[in-house]
Ligand binder design. Structure first.
Ligand SMILES: [Zn+2]
Ligand SMILES: [Zn+2]
Length: 338
């Protein structure tokens, strides 16, 4: 089968890999579409994401949809041909986080296309992906694969909003209008936020933000800073934006950090956090929000504008370059069926 494999920084190859049949408890999925994520781009550009360094060839990708190809011996699950997506996390079920019902914080997680472990967990940009059966989720009736492929990043957005607390009737500021920022904007509107302001350094991504329901967008370079938001969701990972989020939230408000800042320490306006009693919360991946996200997509959440390009797998390198160009692209999909 063909797969999109990272060998190190700037060394991305589409190559032939050997398939293996699903074992008991596993399902093989014929992958149709895969979404290129910010973390995939980090692996491609730098050969690492934070502390996770690529030390052996790894299939990238953790946002995939397809159809069931085969079930392992004695395995129960959706029958062959069923349109499905794949929850990218396998959790241990035993660690304190898992036992506390916060499986997204599992200390022993296996996540598709992640170099956090050695050997690395191979990802989903391959024609035939074999995963544990309980990670395979049938698509809701009528949900198009092009929309379903957004379930993973939308689940990140839904979890970030859950971390923010109630947003109904509130004024929400989202800094950064990449796919995560835009999907968070759409989910915040769906959750009843009165106002959803999205900022960015570039004009093109703000168009996507408007298309998915932002009530206002602000080009950071030429507008005064937004102030008095009830909730700020920082989705850019820029150190300046992390500090800016503290200044933009109202007294007693909540700041949720979803964008991953660069490794190391970033400046933090501690005085502001203390004297204005601001809740600062991190948010990481998601758990059962994957199902919530699929449900929102099936109910017509207006997020189609987030997907800007679809390229065949053989042009993966071009797709990655496109996805990295925020003036041109938002979410770029790879089509593994052609
Ligand atoms: Zn992702
Ligand atoms: Zn665990």
């Amino acid at each position: 089968m063909r797969a999109c494999v990272i060998h190190g920084g700037s060394d991305l190859r589409v190559e032939e890999l050997r398939e293996r049949p699903p074992r008991a408890g596993e399902i093989a999925v014929a992958v149709g579409l895969g979404g290129i994520c910010g973390s995939d781009l980090h692996y491609w550009r730098h050969g690492r994401v934070g502390d996770f360094v690529v030390v052996e060839p790894m299939v990238l990708g953790h946002e995939v949809v397809g159809t069931v190809d085969a079930l392992g011996p004695g395995t129960t699950g959706p029958e062959a041909g069923t349109p499905v997506t794949v929850h990218p996390a396998t959790t241990c079920g035993r660690c304190p986080s898992c036992r506390a019902g916060r499986r997204n914080l599992c200390a022993d997680v296996r996540y598709l296309g992640s170099a956090a472990r050695i050997p690395h967990v191979q990802g989903g940009f391959c024609e035939r992906l074999v995963v544990p059966a309980d990670q395979v989720v049938p698509l809701p009736e009528g949900l198009a694969p092009r929309r379903a492929v957004l379930a993973e990043p939308l689940a990140v957005a839904v979890h970030a909003l859950r971390r923010a607390g109630e947003v109904f009737g509130r004024r929400v500021l989202i800094t950064g209008s990449g796919p995560i920022g835009c999907l968070t904007a759409a989910a915040a509107r769906a959750a009843g936020a009165a106002e959803v302001v999205v900022t960015d350094l570039l004009a093109a991504p703000l168009e996507v933000a408007r298309a998915v329901g932002a009530t206002r967008t602000v080009l950071v370079s030429d507008a005064p800073a937004v102030t008095d938001a009830d909730v700020v969701i920082e989705a850019s990972g820029s150190p300046a934006a992390v500090a800016g989020a503290l200044h933009a939230v109202r007294r007693g408000g909540t700041v949720v950090l979803v964008g991953l800042p660069p490794a190391g320490d970033v400046p933090f306006p501690g005085t502001v956090a203390v004297t204005r009693e601001i809740d600062v919360r991190g948010t990481f991946r998601f758990d059962t929000e994957f199902t919530t996200a699929l449900d929102l997509l099936a109910r017509g959440l207006p997020v189609d504008a987030v997907v800007t390009h679809t390229l065949p797998l053989d042009r993966a390198a071009e797709g990655f370059a496109l996805a990295a160009d925020r003036n041109v692209a938002s979410k770029v999909l790879l089509d593994l069926t052609v």
